[in-house]
Design a protein. Structure first.
Length: 244
């Protein structure tokens, strides 16, 4: 699973970097370099691992370029296709990946908190948590664009303009869900999901009497689809971590 872990980490770093400093090619390039460096520090220095690291770096750069085009040129299906193919390939080729170790493994063994933790497991958790940040938001926005849930031709009617809190609440919510799931607190995770609906209810109802902008139906559809997509990211990640 080391290749899959590094792929997730690379995508997460690229999207996080772009959210912090949206400069063309810079975030994904830095993320690709950091991913390769992390793989080498994790002891993945065999020929096959090095080739995989270079492929992962290329995918990370391609992801950043395609995401930018998907939002800017109306081609959201291309980054989603790359994501699905890359994840599928990483899962299928997982048995061929080398075992983590190196300086990362030494650091884990020397740490009083992480001693005994498998390096591959640590990398996978690291990558999975990074994905919960900006990458989850990117995936949600791409799917919303593909489905045409919010018409991009009507920017004044874009519910995301007024429901800005979701871009911050989404990552926080996904991190909480993954954390509670790993702790075995599934009931608490379900309460978090229920609480979100209750807290958003007054805001959604405010659109019912609005004379301008999106209708209550448009905003509700946007909220429901966006929420379910966001939860799906965290639940898929949790399933991957649990069955690793």
């Amino acid at each position: 699973m080391s290749w899959l872990a590094l792929l997730l980490a690379g995508l997460g770093l690229a999207d996080l970097g772009h959210s912090l400093r949206p400069v063309r090619l810079l975030p994904e390039t830095v993320a690709a370099v950091l991913t390769v460096a992390l793989g080498l520090l994790a002891g993945l220095t065999a020929a096959g691992d090095v080739v995989a690291l270079l492929v992962i770096a290329a995918i990370v750069i391609g992801w950043g370029v395609l995401v930018r085009q998907g939002f800017g040129r109306g081609r959201p299906q291309w980054p989603l296709a790359l994501l699905v193919l890359a994840l599928a390939a990483a899962l299928l080729l997982a048995p061929l990946a080398g075992e983590g170790g190196g300086p990362v493994g030494d650091w884990l063994d020397a740490s009083p908190w992480w001693s005994g933790v498998d390096p591959d497991r640590a990398l996978l958790v690291f990558g999975a948590l990074l994905v919960q940040l900006s990458t989850g938001n990117v995936v949600v926005r791409l799917v919303l664009a593909v489905t045409g849930t919010i018409n991009p031709a009507r920017p004044s009617h874009d519910a995301s303009v007024r429901l800005k809190g979701g871009r911050l609440l989404g990552p926080m919510e996904r991190l909480v869900l993954v954390g509670l799931g790993l702790a075995g607190q599934l009931t608490a995770a379900s309460l978090v999901i229920a609480a979100k609906g209750l807290l958003r209810w007054p805001e959604l109802q405010s659109f019912r009497t609005a004379t301008e902008g999106p209708t209550i139906d448009e905003v509700t559809e946007y909220f429901l689809l966006g929420s379910f997509l966001s939860w799906s990211v965290s639940l898929a990640t949790l399933a991957l971590l649990v069955h690793r």
